[in-house]
Structure formats: structure tokens, C-alpha cells
Design a protein around this ligand. Structure first.
Ligand SMILES: Nc1ncnc2c1ncn2[C@@H]1O[C@H](COP(=O)(O)OP(=O)(O)O)[C@@H](O)[C@H]1O
Ligand SMILES: [Mg+2]
Length: 238
């Protein structure tokens, strides 16, 4: 499928874990600028494995990854991490400092951004996720919804063009889920959103892909996919 202005390009990704379990069997997926794509799939389908490859946490055994036109390799991994921010499923993996300010400042500081600009980026990121004034708070004391939004702020401060989010509404109550959907729609970044939350997919995404056993088995208009009961049942989604 032709996509205008492709920012995330995955071609022929294959990956097996050291114990021999084959998690990805040739993933092909291209996401264009401004798209919000829901990635749906049963537990164990390979969704998280795919996301961990986008910024080089796991290396594909074959296939290529291009982010904003840059082919991911050992040489380009730092550049790629400036272009695509990965939000982990568990906020505690992203929030480990004694204040949210330091958590959100961590990435830019690590990239050598001057402290005055770091301050401006932290304020902007907190505001974007609706947590103005939370800089001195510690993640430990936040509600689950606030933690999820704070973990998004830690990647927004990197000024990335693309975001990949692993189950952004898991553990959230219905109101916090709706707030997350509103937040994701308000962000200008191109987004790949792994989710089991079919309401989020329908509300926030325009396109959906279904991953099953390490392959993309469906790709299209999200409402069309979600209305296809037989398709959902076939891939363990209903
Ligand atoms: N660290 C690991 N070691 C071995 N197998 C793993 C590891 N992590 C995930 N897997 C396996 O890889 C497959 C894909 O897992 P994962 O990407 O986590 O799926 P999803 O995020 O879609 O639930 C599953 O069969 C899972 O059991
Ligand atoms: Mg997962």
C-alpha cells in the first residue's frame, strides 16, 4: 500500500528470542506523516517486540527499519531516538527520578540540550499532557492516568516527530481512558498505538493493523476492521 510521506517503514522484520521463540515473521508496515495507526493483536502476537525494535532496544535478525528516512543501525541509533519516542507499557520503566521534572529532563539532558532549553521543553511537555505544575511531584504518588501521561511527557521533551505507545490505556479507568484518547488526538506527532482498547482504536486512530503470530494480517480503515466481527474473532480480538 502506498503511503504519502512515510515516516515509519518496517520491511521484512524477523526476530527470534534467544530461547528460539520466533516472535516476528516478516513484519511489513509503513506509516505516513500525521497518521495515528492502531496496532491490534492478541497477547503474544509480537506487538511489543516490534516496538522495541523501532529504537534499537532489540535488533531484528533480518529486515530493515527506517524512521524519518534514516535507516536504523548502530551508527544511526542516537539519531533515530531523536525522531521516534517510545512510551513503554509500564510507566515505572520510564519514570525513575525523584521528580517528574528530572524524569522529563532526562532525555534532553542526555542529548546535551542546554539547561535553559531543557526547562522550556519540560514546561511544554507537562502542559501538552495536562500536568502543568507537576514538575516537583514524584511519579510514585501519581494516579495511574497521571503516570501514563507523565511517561508520554518524557518522550515529548525529546521533540520527536513520531511516537510509538505500548498499551497507553492499560490499567486506566474509563474516564482516564477517554482522557488518554483526547490527549493522543491533540498531539501532532505521527503515532503507532499498540492497544487492546478497541474504543481507543476507534476514537483516536484512522487506520488499524492486526498483528497475528508475528505478521501483519490486516491493514485498513480502523472502523472497517473493528466492524468485521469474523476477522476479530479469527485473530483473537473478540
Ligand atoms: N524475553 C523474551 N524471551 C523469550 N520469548 C519472549 C520474550 N518476550 C516475548 N517473548 C515471546 O515472543 C512472542 C511475542 O511477544 P510480545 O512481543 O511481548 O507480544 P505482545 O506484545 O503482542 O503481547 C510471545 O510468544 C512471547 O512469549
Ligand atoms: Mg505487549
Amino acid at each position: 500500500m502506498g503511503v504519502a510521506d512515510p515516516l515509519i517503514e518496517l520491511a521484512g522484520l524477523e526476530f527470534s528470542y534467544p530461547d528460539g521463540r520466533k516472535a516476528l515473521r516478516g513484519i511489513n508496515l509503513t506509516v505516513g506523516a500525521g497518521e495515528r495507526v492502531a496496532v491490534l493483536g492478541a497477547n503474544g502476537a509480537g506487538k511489543s517486540t516490534m516496538l522495541l525494535q523501532l529504537i534499537g532496544i532489540l535488533k531484528p535478525q533480518s529486515g530493515t527499519i527506517r524512521i524519518c528516512g534514516i535507516e536504523l543501525s548502530g551508527k544511526t541509533v542516537r539519531q533515530v531516538r531523536k525522531k521516534l519516542g517510545l512510551v513503554f507499557q509500564v510507566p515505572d520503566d520510564q519514570l525513575f527520578c525523584t521528580s517528574l521534572y528530572d524524569d522529563i529532563a532526562f532525555g534532553p539532558r542526555n542529548m546535551g540540550v542546554p539547561e535553559v532549553e531543557v526547562k522550556a521543553r519540560v514546561a511544554k511537555a507537562l502542559s501538552a499532557v495536562g500536568l502543568e505544575g507537576f514538575g516537583e511531584r514524584m511519579a510514585y504518588h501519581l494516579s495511574p492516568g497521571e503516570k501514563k501521561r507523565a511517561s508520554i511527557a518524557t518522550v515529548l521533551s525529546m521533540d520527536a516527530e513520531c511516537l510509538a505507545l505500548d498499551e497507553p490505556t492499560s490499567m486506566l479507568d474509563p474516564r482516564a481512558r477517554r482522557e488518554m484518547s483526547t490527549l493522543l488526538k491533540s498531539l501532532p506527532q505521527t503515532q503507532l498505538i499498540v492497544t487492546h482498547d478497541l474504543d481507543l482504536a476507534r476514537d483516536a486512530c484512522t487506520r488499524g493493523v492486526i498483528v497475528d503470530a508475528g505478521q501483519v494480517v490486516a491493514d485498513g480503515d480502523v472502523a472497517t476492521l473493528l466492524d468485521d466481527e469474523a476477522l476479530l474473532v479469527r485473530h483473537g480480538l473478540a
